[in-house]
Design a protein around this ligand. Sequence first.
Ligand SMILES: C[S@@+](CC[C@H](N)C(=O)[O-])C[C@H]1O[C@@H](n2cnc3c(N)ncnc32)[C@H](O)[C@@H]1O
Length: 540
Amino acid sequence: MTRLELTWPNKDRFLLVPKDDDGKPVWVDRDHPAAAEVRVSDFTASIGEVNAADPYADNLLFTGDSLDVLRILTTVPEYARRYKGKVKLVYIDPPFNTGQAFEHYDDWLEHATWLSFMDERLRMIRDLLAPDGSLWVHLDDAEHHHMRVLLDDRFGRASFVDTVVWQKADSPRNSARWFSNDQDYISVYAKDPARWMPNRLSRTEQANSIYTNPDSDPRGPWLAGDPYANKPYSKGLYEFTGPTGRVFAPPPGKFWRVAEERLRELDDDGRIWWGPSGDARPSIKRYLSEVSDLVPRTLWLSADVGSNRTSNLEVKRLFPGETAFSTPKPERLLERIIHIGSNPGDIVLDCFGGSGTTAAVAQKMGRRWITAEVLPETVEKFTRRRLELVVKGEDSGGITGSVGWEGGVGFRMVDVGPSMYVDTPFGVLLSDEATNGTFAKAVAGQLGYDFQPDAKPLCGVQGRMRLAVLDGTVGEEEVRAVVSALGEGERVEIVGRSVLDGAAATLTQLAKGSKITKAPRDLLTAARRIRRHADREANE
Ligand SMILES: C[S@@+](CC[C@H](N)C(=O)[O-])C[C@H]1O[C@@H](n2cnc3c(N)ncnc32)[C@H](O)[C@@H]1O
């Protein structure tokens, strides 16, 4: 049965590079080796108190692409053991795709490319989330609607919890063409809604201020509750006489909320309010001392959690006189998210770290954190320095005062290594760096070609025969690319780690007398054949 689904060009392919040097995305098939590459990572520095025996269990600031970092966390055993299925809260504030080129990063991808970009990462985020964990995705109107459908697809519609609307602007922008936009959206998904137990918010002074105590009730301030309900209730229709003899009954279509005996009990206990002169309609008192913390609402006002102005000031205060990071989020916004979605000691992940707000707030709230930022300049200028100030207790802004943070704990810096693959005009190939040219050189030597390192994608010559070594999969595309590099009358031997159907036929058609050799399977037999041939020549 076909079902509703979001689809886009190249959805079934793997987005290797969102933007190459020419600003174009690079896609490869899902079975291309580059699509599954797990990069090497190194601990490069430690700041503050870290865990000498288990560096993987520290707070971690990765410099690298979220894709590579998520792949490392989900695949490399030392990380996967600690993080797969163990992360309690993921908050991401990815590039919104608004088309703006910010001072510190460029916020534009074609919509379909952006979806692939996010999709790949969401799959791994899901694997990292604990069964009782939640994902919070922060976006604006540019992509929020696409993301909701994508999240429904990846997590299941039942996992959708709600959308938080955050008032990011605290004043109108009169230069706006149509509307001055006030809000961002944060989509909340629970990995398993049956197991997710969000924390409630502490009651605010404002929420408490509506409770009063006009009759000096010893139980403290209370709120007058409606005694009538709309729901038909078998014991809900009766007449009740108040202290002045006035008789009360529910208005038409309404019912008493409690049975007559219960109402009398409440009245005897002083829990009914009959108005200042004792003859008003009864109200059932709800005491402040008996109400629980507040269930979070979905409209988050700047007065409660800060606005963009707040976060810009927070970052400016951290680094006075410097060009501020373009799109930080307020600490109080993250405080609320982290409070609702996690408890002290839990692991919080943000793989679009920016200036490091999530990590800074998580640390001040006693959570463990992992964050990643792709741009080394951003890490050096903002993320690392901000988190160092937090560790040293030298960041007095944001939520520092309200949570009583005085510094402490530490973190490790982790660098993600370069890719083994390069995007060339002939396709995505294993880079020289990855093999150091040694794989190609070894193959050339083994097969009796003179090695030619500078003739990419060709790398060897033997009379009119040329050699191409692709440390990856040889398909029709690769064959065409290699053949186009041949000179007049030349033939080629293409060596690849795997060979797709149709590649050999295409090669024969394009360059008669050429062949494909599979490494390492065919190399050994080919090398033996060459050695036998050489021995024979020597003996003659
Ligand atoms: C909207 S900002 C996040 C701001 C952050 N929440 C804060 O409070 O500072 C998005 C960040 O994601 C980074 N980014 C973009 N693409 C990335 C990728 N593929 N992997 C990791 N970070 C990326 C950008 O460089 C930018 O710093």
